[in-house]
Design a protein. Structure first.
Length: 263
C-alpha cells in the first residue's frame, strides 16, 4: 500500500471515530425520527444520521478539499482529485431506532471509481472492520486481527442472511431468493451491513439483497474481498454500485447461488 493510501486509511479511521462520537449518545435513547419517503416504504432518518455525516464531511473538506463526497443524507459534492469518499452514517437506521445493535457506519474511499478502502464501524459493540490492500482487519477493545471467510462448498452447508425478504424484494425477486434460501442449512434475517461483516468473520456464508445504493455497498467491497470472499451483482458482474447484490465467503457457494438466481 503506497504512502498516499496509508495516510488516507488512517484518515478513514479518524472519520469513523468522529461519527462514533456523534452517534453513540443517541443510541437506545428516545429520539425524533423523520420519514424521508412519506408516500412509500418507511425510510427513517435521525439527528444521529445527519449529525454524523456532517462531522465526517467537515473533516474531509478540511483535510482533502479536492476530494469528492457522496453521502446518503447530504448528497454529492464533486471533486477533481480522483478520490471520492462514500458515506453512509448509519446503515440500518431501522435497527438503530428499534434499539438493535445490527447497524454500522460505512465509509468507503474510491480511487478512479474503484473502492480501495472500506470501513464498517459498530460503535455500540466497539467493533471496526477495515478492508484495504487485499486484506481485512478487525478491531475491538481487546485485539486486532486479520479476517478470513470460511470454506463452504455447497448451499446445503451454508448460512444465508438478508435484511428483510418481505420489505426489500419485489415478488419475482423474492421467489428467486426463496429458491436459494430453501437449499441452505440455516437462514437469518436482519443485520443490514452487519450481515456482510459476519461473512468476513466466517460466521455467515451468503448475503443476498436488492435495491442497494452506492453508499450501502461501496465500503463492503474491500471488506468482503479482503477477507477472501466475493461480492457481485445477481448477474455475476464483479463490481457493483448497488442494485441486486450477492456476497459470499466461498466462490463455490456463490456460483451455486448465482445459477439458481438466474435459472
Amino acid at each position: 500500500m503506497d504512502s498516499e493510501l496509508k495516510a488516507r486509511l488512517a484518515f478513514a479511521h479518524r472519520l469513523a471515530d468522529a461519527a462514533r462520537e456523534v452517534i453513540r449518545p443517541y443510541f437506545r435513547r428516545r429520539i425524533d425520527v423523520t420519514d424521508k419517503a412519506p408516500a412509500g416504504i418507511f425510510d427513517p432518518v435521525t439527528e444521529a444520521d445527519t449529525g454524523a455525516e456532517r462531522a465526517m464531511r467537515a473533516l474531509i473538506e478540511e483535510t482533502y478539499p479536492r476530494d469528492g463526497i457522496l453521502g446518503e443524507e447530504l448528497g454529492l459534492k464533486n471533486g477533481d482529485s480522483g478520490f471520492v469518499w462514500v458515506l453512509d452514517p448509519i446503515d440500518g437506521t431501522r435497527a438503530f431506532i428499534a434499539g438493535q445493535p445490527l447497524w454500522g457506519t460505512l465509509i468507503a474511499l474510491e480511487q478512479d471509481g474503484k473502492p480501495v478502502i472500506g470501513i464498517l464501524d459498530q460503535p455500540f459493540l466497539d467493533e471496526r472492520f477495515a478492508g484495504f490492500d487485499g486484506a481485512t482487519e478487525f478491531r475491538n477493545a481487546s485485539s486486532t486481527q486479520r479476517l478470513r471467510t470460511r470454506a463452504c462448498a455447497q448451499l446445503a452447508d451454508a448460512v444465508i442472511t438478508t435484511t428483510h425478504p418481505m420489505l426489500h424484494f419485489k415478488d419475482a425477486e423474492r421467489e428467486r431468493y426463496w429458491n436459494v434460501e430453501k437449499r441452505c442449512r440455516l437462514s437469518r434475517y436482519g443485520g443490514d451491513c452487519y450481515g456482510y461483516a459476519l461473512v468476513a468473520m466466517g460466521f455467515v456464508d451468503l448475503v443476498i439483497e436488492t435495491n442497494l445504493k452506492r453508499w450501502d455497498v461501496a465500503a463492503l467491497i474491500p471488506i468482503i474481498e479482503g477477507a477472501g470472499g466475493i461480492i457481485t451483482n445477481w448477474d455475476g458482474r464483479p463490481r457493483t454500485e448497488g442494485g441486486n447484490v450477492i456476497a459470499a465467503g466461498d466462490r463455490r457457494v456463490h456460483a451455486e447461488a448465482l445459477k439458481i438466481l438466474n435459472c
